[in-house]
Design a protein around this ligand. Structure first.
Ligand code: CTP
Length: 398
């Protein structure tokens, strides 16, 4: 979603500047064309050369620099931007903007832009709590500026509290959401993700290799496109997407209960979770000890098929399933599509390179009840999520 977008990254002087370098790298990696404006104090922390090398564009530092103005003037820069990010935004910058002061290149360009502005404040906790600062932030919010809340934690000045610049990846998520087309507004999308775990005893469990990456990518993209998202997730090790409601579960039965509890409000259900088909018939309360026999038998009992249950009572909802297969991909996926009464199934052969569990990419096919099959190339999971949501948006008449 950031591909080919023009972003101005304003950098003020604060110790968090080192994170802005990583932010720039992520924005460029996502395909954005980034032009950096640094204040004089920012240049005391990191040299413009670092930002210039990573952005591939000259860094702008001075208002009255004839050479810089000749290449691309600050008004042109302001006009050209799809988004303006200031990270870190200092108390000084926020105060100046709130007071309408434009006395350097950054403040002048900020005042001249019509692009959405995302401010990422980072400062000492007492500065952040200062009533004058808070009043200034309030003025800017009211004027339509988007302001990220700082994180809490250990601050470079030695204090602990609110004032840390959020992780660059979080800032990118907010930036992406600001630029996304909001074609899923009004939808409530329930996404399941990750594996489930079925206990055998207090130490062991049955599970699978699902990392949750596909489901989390769908949840993130849907939220950015304006949907309300409820993410029901098994145990995974990835951060919750910004703005998404997370419901954590462990077992298949807990996932089923959570899905049923939120089903009434959902207009779309996407079941990307790898649900365990069986659980231990008996869960031992104590650790099972090794016996003298070489053979050990574990009795399993079938879990309810959550997707089939939802498919049987769709009540106007769009219901999408996933099929991870190792053999007869299309045939097996089609069977699941029809037997579970789905509107679409996303099929992938997990034996293919770059597809399946715990990788960043996937190669999927969309199968529809009318026999249509769309073959997608190997794509980033975030891009697969976008294509899937394009289909859903159409099905929901957007
Ligand atoms: N699914 C579910 N509840 C289950 C098992 C699966 O909701 N108890 C959902 C998954 O979330 C996925 C789809 O059904 O969207 C297909 O899951 P998969 O494990 O591929 O298929 P199964 O129906 O379990 O069939 P099999 O394991 O025999 O391939």
């Amino acid at each position: 979603m950031l591909k080919n977008k023009t972003i101005i990254l304003g950098v003020c002087g604060g110790i968090a500047v080192y994170k802005s370098v990583e932010l720039l790298r992520l924005l460029v990696k996502a395909g954005a064309s980034v032009h950096v404006i640094m204040t004089q104090s920012a240049c005391q922390f990191v040299t413009p050369l670092t930002f210039q090398t990573l952005s591939g564009h000259p860094v702008h530092t001075e208002l009255f620099n004839l050479l810089q103005e000749m290449e691309i003037g600050h008004i042109t820069l302001a006009d050209r931007a799809d988004l303006f990010i200031v990270a870190p935004a200092t108390a000084n910058l926020v105060g100046k903007l709130a007071g309408g002061i434009a006395d350097d290149l950054l403040t002048t360009t900020l005042m001249a832009t019509k692009a959405p502005v995302l401010l990422v404040p980072a400062m000492n906790v007492n500065m952040y709590d200062n009533r004058i600062y808070q009043r200034n932030e309030g003025i800017l919010r009211e004027a339509g500026y988007h302001i990220l809340e700082p994180d809490c934690g250990y601050l470079a000045c030695g204090w602990e509290g609110k004032g840390k610049m959020p992780a660059p990846a979080t800032i990118v998520e907010h930036a992406t959401a600001l630029l996304a087309e909001k074609d899923l507004v009004g939808e409530t999308i329930l996404v399941t993700a990750g594996p489930t775990r079925e206990a055998i005893d207090p130490v062991r469990y049955i599970s699978n290799h699902s990392s949750g990456k596909m489901g989390y990518a769908i949840a993130r993209a849907a939220q950015q496109r304006g949907a309300r998202v409820i993410l029901i997730s098994g145990p995974v090790a990835i951060p919750v997407p910004v703005g998404v409601k997370l419901v954590s579960v462990v077992t298949a039965e807990e996932m089923r209960q959570a899905v049923l509890a939120y089903l009434d409000v959902a207009t779309v259900v996407i079941k990307a979770a790898a649900v365990a088909d069986y659980r231990a018939a008996e869960v031992s309360g104590t650790k099972i000890k090794k016996g003298s026999d070489d053979l050990m038998t574990l009795s399993l009992i079938k879990n309810a098929d959550i997707l089939a249950e939802i498919g049987a009572h769709k009540e106007g909802r769009v219901v999408v399933g996933f099929a991870a297969e190792t053999t007869d991909l299309l045939e097996n996926a089609r069977k699941k599509l029809l037997s579970k009464n789905l509107d679409m199934i996303v099929a992938n052969d997990i034996t293919e390179a770059g597809a399946g569990f715990d990788v960043e990419t996937n190669r999927v096919r969309f199968l529809l009840p009318d026999g249509e099959v769309e073959n997608l190339p190997l794509l980033d999971k975030s891009e697969v999520a976008q294509r899937l949501l394009d289909r859903i948006a159409r099905m929901r008449g957007h």
